[in-house]
Design a protein around this ligand. Structure first.
Ligand code: GSH
Length: 305
């Protein structure tokens, strides 16, 4: 079976979410380090334009977005579940809150505190990437408000443990924990001096339990090797259908898929499958040949191309 290849870089919190999920499931994986900002010449042949981090590759199947990666890891390797019974709905809902609201509290706090020392390329890239939302000067000016939002949300997190539970949605780690961990990991590592955890002892205990999960067995892979892996592999046969989809697109239609929040670069291809949770397209590329590109349904726009 093809190896799990994660296209990532060490500082990325969403990559950290996936690294820890891989460690939790005990899966060996290969790490391709990608650039932190554009251009990303060895990623584009695989994704067709999607540039966010991380991206998972298994053979000629490419999974964009950590939510999509989590779903696929669960589908292929269910024995240690990320979505134990009862967490499929609430786990994903809380995860989506952590991946958006909580994440941007932390981004605003980190970049508003240390933005002056960030590389110029990073500042410019993130400003363009987010259509002006990630604006380090604005974050700096608005620090009091941003930090007060983060403080309010850290309070919610701390009080989630009031009934003695050890994880957010039950007695074992599940998807929500990995989503929240990504942002808390960034906060803990990038602005420890702000003391956000000083009034949150149970959150600190949870952070230690989560960190102890680790990243599992992994080895680096050269980006060019990952391209060869895709070229040599056949994309999976997909059977996903939803004839009642509100967008009314039929398999085989040429479509454009893009994130609807930030990093909206479109990916073009032929629709293979669409349902309430997944979008899968097939695209051809001179470097890697035919690949399937997978996206989550929530948070992605699909239109005829
Ligand atoms: N919804 C996406 C968000 C990913 C995301 O925002 N990643 C950040 C890094 S942590 C990013 O792409 N930054 C720009 C880049 O890496 O080029 C996911 O869950 O994977």
């Amino acid at each position: 079976m093809s190896e799990i290849i994660l296209h990532q870089y060490p500082q990325s919190p969403f990559a950290e979410k996936v690294r820890l999920m891989l460690g939790f499931k005990g899966l060996p994986w290969r790490a391709v380090d990608i650039p932190r900002w554009m251009p990303k010449p060895d990623l584009m042949p695989l994704t067709g334009g999607y540039r966010k981090t991380p991206v998972m590759q298994i053979g000629a199947d490419i999974f964009c977005d950590s939510a999509c990666i989590a779903r696929e890891l669960e589908r292929r390797y269910p024995s240690i579940p990320l979505f134990p019974e009862g967490t499929h709905g609430v786990g994903r809902m809380l995860g989506a809150w952590a991946d958006s609201v909580l994440f941007f509290d932390v981004v605003g706090t980190v970049f508003g505190t240390h933005g002056d020392s960030a590389p110029k390329e990073l500042k410019e890239d993130r400003y363009r990437f987010s259509d002006g939302m990630i604006d380090l000067a604005r974050y700096k000016d608005d620090q009091a408000h941003i930090r007060s939002q983060l403080q309010a949300h850290v309070f919610w997190l701390e009080h989630s443990f009031d009934d003695g539970r050890e994880y957010f949605v039950g007695r074992k780690p599940s998807y929500t924990d990995f989503c929240v961990y990504a942002s808390m990991w960034m906060l803990m590592n990038r602005v420890p001096e702000l003391g956000f955890f000083s009034e949150a002892p149970r959150l600190r205990g949870w952070l230690e339990r989560m960190a102890a999960i680790g990243h599992g067995m992994h080895r680096p892979m050269d980006a060019k090797e990952a391209l060869s892996v895709a070229h040599a592999a056949q994309p999976d046969t997909i059977s996903v259908s939803n004839p009642d989809s509100p967008v009314g697109l039929q398999p085989g239609t040429r479509v454009s898929v893009s994130a609807d929040d930030y990093g909206k670069d479109p990916v073009l291809g032929y629709l293979l499958g669409l349902n309430a949770q997944r979008i899968v397209i097939r695209r051809g590329d001179p470097v890697v040949g035919e690949v399937n590109v997978h996206f989550p349904r929530a948070g992605f726009r699909i239109v005829p191309a």
